[in-house]
Design a binder for this molecule. Sequence first.
Ligand code: RB5
Length: 146
Amino acid sequence: MKIAIGSDHAGFPLKEEIRKYLEEKGIEYVDCGVYDASSADYPIQAKNTCEKIVSGECVRGILCCGTGIGISMAANKVKGIRAACCSDYFSAKYTRLHNDANVLCLGARVIGVGAALELVDVFLNTEFEGGRHQRRVDLITEIENG
Ligand code: RB5
């Protein structure tokens, strides 16, 4: 399972912790930037990271900004992306089980590193339930396709 990660400057410290976590776990990843804490515009990293998923190079993505909100808004504009901004364990688990979310967005100024890594762990290790939830995800795709 290859993961795409990205952040703006505010999310950079958390993205680096997630990068270390993925390395420790031996999970393959692509780091789509940023690569330092200089001011950056989060829609750019959101797009670059999400394109890795849409192209099939990566199966899931993790994005960080200050709140997790701006970067999730940008990610959800990319066709085929279902990004969930989460700051609690239950939501990170159920957005996989019920929404088949393919991108987890985290707010580096909202939650601590320990909690964030728990969310990453459950997000990466929970499979979509399918069934009636597939129909609902398909309806989201219908909206996306106009
Ligand atoms: C950057 O200051 C901040 O606005 C950004 O990281 C994010 O929180 C936007 O939603």
